[in-house]
Design a protein around this ligand. Structure first.
Ligand SMILES: [Zn+2]
Length: 230
């Protein structure tokens, strides 16, 4: 058995009533139940997931303990399958269950249009718009010198090779509109400066539904320089 945090915590709470009145003190004894080794281990593992704090990890653990074994084990099996079967597409580095992802294998995709994104989740977000019908290239990150991530650690070499092989009319840089995302896009466009391919980037500026008076000056200047014809 292992103790989770402090077994016994005594909190002395002083109620500050009106001046001149006697200040009563209330002593509260909180009992934190002991956890078995495996329950504490599951909470520790869940708490390591992004966006899951210790409280949420505890809630999830108690939920998993409550539901039927088959249901809980289906989750464990799904995690195992993903870790064993998912790999990166050999062409675009999207997530795939085979050597090539479903998008690269799709004969209906427009094959002269290439959209460059940082992560597979960015690709999914663009796919959900249903607007883009070209191909993708996933960089698997962005150049971040402060974190020690250089261009060599991304799939930029593979992208440059792919574009130099020809066949693309336009390269759409869809890296995030951050300092690092912009730096990554600039690095890629410099590497392909001598290539006869049009390089564009996603429009930026005022969000639909927002108002001008709350937009900051960077957003407004982006919107002005990227203005379009009616
Ligand atoms: Zn692919």
């Amino acid at each position: 058995m292992r103790r989770w945090g402090t077994s016994w915590e005594t909190a002395r709470r002083t109620r500050l009533d009106r001046p001149g009145r006697r200040r009563p003190t209330v002593e509260i004894c909180l009992t934190v139940p002991e956890l078995t080794e495996s329950v504490a281990h599951l909470i520790d593992q869940l708490a390591r997931l992004p966006g899951i704090g210790k409280k949420s990890a505890e809630r999830l653990t108690y939920h998993l303990l409550r539901i039927p074994a088959a249901e809980a084990l289906a989750l464990a099996e799904a995690i195992r399958k993903v870790k064993e079967n998912i790999r990166y597409c050999r062409i675009c580095y999207n997530l795939a269950e085979e050597d090539e992802c479903a998008i690269c294998r799709d004969p209906k995709r427009q094959r002269d249009l290439l959209c460059v994104v940082e992560q597979p989740r960015d690709l999914i977000a663009l796919e959900q718009t249903g607007v883009y019908r070209g191909l993708y290239h996933v960089l698997l990150g962005r150049v971040a010198p402060l974190e020690g991530i250089g261009p060599d650690q991304l799939t930029i070499d593979a992208l440059v090779r792919r574009v130099r092989e020809g066949g693309f009319r336009e390269l759409i840089m869809a890296t995030n509109p951050t300092l690092e995302g912009d730096g990554t896009a600039l690095h890629v466009s410099n590497r392909l400066a001598d290539c006869p391919v049009r390089i564009t980037r996603l429009a930026r500026g005022i969000t639909t539904g927002s108002v001008l008076e709350f937009a900051n000056k960077e957003v407004l200047s982006d919107a002005l320089s990227g203005r379009q014809d009616f």
